[in-house]
Design a protein around this ligand. Structure first.
Ligand code: 6GU
Length: 250
């Protein structure tokens, strides 16, 4: 899978994505990330990428021309057969989640447009953007960090990026439950013991305890996720018990 990022800060993208699992996937050639500087596609001598907003107001707006030329350069260089998916990062977009990550991972080429200043001229967005995406309800200074978040989550869904060992954790989020707590040595740390069941070697019991911990955590911090969770009859009863007890405390 190939990611193309149109940005004013290409080093931010390539630097930030060169570590850990994504760094490994890039080195091995399963995915590639190319960050292109929009400023390289200006034609005036001061390399302007933005201008004052029509109608007045604070800040500057990124101009159509350099962005469209960056886009065209990439399309022509890549000899794309069809129009690529182009994601514009904006708090006004649809909120990104694991389901979208899986869907975007089906694409062979994925473009990102990172805006800055007060925004981007709407006409170039209408011309090239296929998806407007937000990564949550807060404001970032630019689309770069948001695109890095998305690329990490999407690349993990590309076959071969995760080892068998690593694939487990996304599965459990897709089951709409939060992860259970983990422990490693020592057995006692600052007087706190590792839960006894984990030392028992009883695999069925351990599995049951972990599922219960996941349900408990999800209820405590993200109860809305439980609507979409697949629970056994026994687990439903466990959840009802938790609910009753938490009601008693209120
Ligand atoms: Cl996708 N972009 C920007 N600039 N700010 C954001 C965002 C995206 N998602 C949340 N805040």
């Amino acid at each position: 899978m190939k990611f193309y990022v149109m940005t004013l800060f290409p080093e931010m993208i390539t630097g930030g994505l060169s570590y850990s699992i994504l760094g490994r996937a890039i080195k091995s050639g399963i995915v590639s990330v190319e960050a292109v500087n929009i400023r390289d596609f200006t034609e005036d001598k001061h390399k302007h990428v933005d201008d004052y907003p029509y109608g007045g107001g604070a800040g500057m707006v990124m101009s159509c021309e350099p962005i469209e030329r960056t886009y065209r350069h990439l399309c022509e260089k890549r000899r794309l057969r069809s129009r690529p998916r182009v994601i514009y990062l904006t708090p006004q977009g649809r909120v990104f989640d694991q389901t979208m990550a899986k869907e975007f991972a089906q694409e062979e080429d994925l473009f990102f447009l990172c805006g800055h200043y007060e925004g981007v001229d709407e006409r170039v967005l209408d011309a090239i953007v296929t998806d407007r995406v937000s990564i949550g309800d807060y404001v970032l200074s630019g689309g770069e960090l948001a695109s890095m978040v998305m690329i990490d989550a999407i690349a993990r869904m590309v076959p071969g990026v995760l080892t068998n060992e690593e694939s487990g954790s996304t599965e459990s989020f897709e089951g709409n439950l939060l992860e259970y707590p983990q422990y490693t040595r020592p057995e006692v740390w600052q007087g706190q013991r590792v839960p006894e069941v984990l030392l028992s070697g009883h695999h069925a019991k351990i599995e049951e305890w972990r599922r219960q911990q996941s349900i408990l955590r999800t209820w405590e911090t993200r109860p809305e996720l439980l609507d979409g969770a697949e629970l056994s009859k026994k687990e439903r009863k466990f959840l009802e018990e938790i609910k009753k007890n938490s009601g008693a405390e209120m």
